[in-house]
Ligand binder design. Structure first.
Ligand code: ADP
Ligand code: ZN
Ligand code: ZN
Length: 684
């Protein structure tokens, strides 16, 4: 019998029917079946979707071209997840659902897919050491056991709340994740473990594959080749992989036997996608676990304020790991007041004398130090003292950064790169000088201050080439590096055993940022950095974290000194409450871009005007358009407009009603380059 089926394809939502189109099929097709269908003159991949009860369009339907039923259909929960995500983040369902599948999968026809699957199964049947080398598992301490017990309980309770594993750095959180994953596996269930991009280190992978048969662990991240992406996706979808370790996008992996969701470092900003569908993988992970009625474990030493607020209000349950493994002490935090240095001509020293002394002591004892500066390059700007010229980017509201090793000026926003000029381009002065300091210069200066020390740099520039990142990490673990200089890359996750000193040499910029999340982020970053020190309980010398600042009285440093997350989070939440900021208000940002800022602004104004007449706009506040801090990027002017409501559901209802109107408004603003809504924006 021939009937109509709804197929979701990658067309912009407003081309019709929320991305679902009707086709004819000779047989009934289960929702979630992958198909190929004609679309205009092309043939494209699509997903069969449950067909809402609605009349058939008055046109002759075209038949489905192929059904790719060599593999099982996507599960109903997967379809629900995608529907929720598309609705919540205001994207076309088809656009999102197809975009989160591996691009290679979208290209295959039925025969090619069948062939891929045959090869995959053959490879898996090949004799391989399925058995893992049996590693001796550490005995869990009381706190870890209690946490694991709570996860077990949650696994048996469909209404269990999300769990926050709140553990200080080095308290054995990862060990708890691995045990919980092993329990899930005993129940024949898969585990989805999300990590921030930068935390997917070879060390973590090695730790996971030491526990579980290597074949049954897959890693999903942005550095995979298209073929690897297809393979890992298929292994998860076919249920052949038990542990899926992945970054942001992996939250959309197809996992037919999902039994546990873990989000490591749940506060990390990299969980929020900043392009296209601006989803939060952390929030979707919580939703997904709720949908599938499986436990979700959010891990952090410094939870996001949103998560902390849920804990305080009883919606999430907190599992605490208050002690470091083996009783290792947290580093003593020393805040050095740069204002105490004697006043001299010229710039202040790179390192305060007592910090330099502390570094020299570490060197003498053969211990390692980390020096953290969140700015890469040699210097953030070049400057001519004669005429005042600075190395501005011609295309952005930004300076171009001086990179000394290849003598370039590079814009970190649009990539615009030039050789460093020999003389000032304005006045010909030969004496143009770097202003300020980035990690490249810091590395050079430390080399002068610490002769003989083995110094390495760890930032996006130094780790760019293939294998560089792994090589540097291995050298640190092997004790071949004395001082590691780097950006926030050095602060994340690494389990360095010989580090006894961590220094933050310029943490002040974030204290007075206009971004309301800046203090929260800075606190997390510094506490995380501190967490790299003193991880070896057997070490004989106490570990330290040094902070040199011009603002030693700042509340952030006071809380840091005590390692007191709760106090810091409490004061931040008070501020957010009185300022009407998240989590006490819900925000969306309407962003517009154009060559001419006036065009972007006019579009936003017109958008706000249409909202004024809408019933759904009640209880929703729309602020006037303003330029973001970085107003111009790559020659395009940007404007944004904040939409706010005290109730999440109300904001959602409004956005859903408003978006179609914005599409109409857009049609009358020809010069607009693009626009987008960002629900729950990171920064405003
Ligand atoms: P976190 O994720 O909180 O930073 P980890 O799980 O990485 O902490 O644990 C830190 C170190 O302690 C790791 O080397 C880990 O193997 C080890 N470890 C964790 N739990 C135990 C335990 N119960 N007994 C002994 N060692 C442990
Ligand atoms: Zn000049
Ligand atoms: Zn630029």
């Amino acid at each position: 019998m021939t009937g109509a089926v709804a197929v979701v394809v990658d067309t912009p939502q407003h081309a019709g029917l929320g991305g679902a189109l009707d086709y004819l099929s000779e047989q009934a097709l289960a929702p979630g079946t992958l198909v190929r269908v004609p679309l205009g003159r092309r043939e494209v991949a699509g997903i069969v979707w449950p067909r809402a009860a609605r009349p058939l369009p008055e046109v002759v339907l075209r038949p489905i071209a192929q059904q790719l039923d060599a593999m099982p259909a996507l599960a109903p929960q997967w379809l629900s997840l995608l529907e929720f995500a598309a609705g919540y983040y205001q994207r076309g369902l088809g656009e999102l659902a197809l975009a989160v599948l591996p691009p290679e999968l979208r290209k295959l026809d039925a025969a090619q897919l069948a062939q891929r699957l045959r090869r995959l199964h053959k490879r898996l049947r090949a004799p391989d050491d399925e058995a893992t080398a049996s590693v001796a598992l550490p005995t869990l301490n009381d706190e870890q056991s209690a946490a694991l017990g709570a996860i077990d309980v949650a696994a048996g309770d469909a209404h269990a709340p999300p769990l926050l594993l709140h553990g200080v750095t080095g308290s054995g959180k990862t060990e708890v994740y691995l045990r919980a994953a092993a329990r899930a596996l005993e129940r024949q269930r898969q585990t989805l473990m999300l990590v921030p991009e930068i935390n997917l280190t070879p060390q973590l992978l090695a730790r996971v594959t030491a526990r579980f048969p290597a074949q049954r662990v897959v890693a999903m991240h942005s550095a995979l080749t298209p073929a690897q992406r297809l393979q890992t996706w298929l292994l998860a979808h076919l249920g052949l992989a038990d542990i899926v370790l992945g970054t942001r996008l992996a939250v959309f992996a197809s996992l037919p036997r999902l039994g546990l969701v873990v989000v490591d470092e749940e506060h990390d900003a990299s969980y929020k996608q900043q392009e296209g569908a601006r989803y939060s993988a952390r929030d979707l992970a919580v939703y997904r676990a709720h949908l599938e009625r499986v436990p979700v474990l959010l891990g952090s030493a410094t939870p996001s304020l949103e998560t902390w607020h849920h804990v305080l209000s009883g919606r999430y349950r907190r599992l605490a790991l208050e002690r470091r493994i083996g009783g290792a002490a947290l580093p003593r935090v020393r805040v050095f007041d740069m204002g105490r240095l004697p006043r001299v001509q010229g710039p202040p020293p790179v390192l305060a004398p007592p910090l330099l002394e502390a570094l020299r002591e570490r060197l003498a004892r053969g211990e390692q130090s980390l020096v953290f500066l969140n700015r890469r390059g040699y210097a953030p700007v070049l400057h001519c003292a004669d005429c005042g010229w600075k190395s501005a980017c011609a295309h952005c509201t930004a300076w171009r950064v001086f990179h000394k090793h290849d003598r370039t000026l590079r814009c970190h926003h649009c990539g615009f790169t030039e050789r460093v000029p020999r003389a000032c381009p304005e006045c010909g002065n030969l004496d143009i000088a770097p202003l300020g300091r980035g990690t490249e210069r810091l590395e050079e200066q430390l080399g002068e201050l610490l002769p003989g020390a083995r110094i390495a740099r760890f930032d996006a520039d130094a780790t760019r080439g293939k294998g560089n990142l792994e090589r540097t990490l291995a050298a640190v673990h092997a004790g071949e590096i004395d001082v590691l200089v780097g950006t926030q890359m050095v602060t994340k996750g690494h389990d360095f055993r010989r580090v006894t000193l961590v220094a933050a040499v310029n943490p002040d910029a974030a204290l007075f940022s206009s971004d309301f999340r800046a203090p929260e982020r800075q606190f997390a970053l510094l506490l995380q950095a501190a967490g790299r020190a003193g991880r070896d309980a057997a070490a004989t010398t106490p570990s330290e974290m040094w902070i040199q600042t011009w603002h030693p009285q700042h509340a952030l440093f006071a809380a840091l000194r005590e390692h007191d997350y709760a106090r810091f989070a409490g004061s931040q939440l008070d501020e957010r409450r009185s300022a009407g900021l998240p989590p006490f208000a819900h925000l969306a940002l309407l962003r517009a871009e154009a060559r001419d800022a006036a065009v972007a602004q006019a579009f936003l104004r017109a958008g706000a005007d249409t909202a004024a007449a809408m019933a759904e706009a009640k209880g929703v506040m729309i602020y006037p358009p303003v330029p973001p801090t970085m107003q111009r990027v790559a020659g395009i002017e940007r404007m944004q407009m904040l939409v706010e409501s005290a109730a999440r559901a109300r904001l959602q209802r409004f956005l859903t009603a408003w978006l179609p109107k914005l599409h109409e408004v857009r049609a009358t603003h020809k010069g607009l380059a693009r626009w987008a809504v960002d629900v729950d924006p990171q920064a405003i």
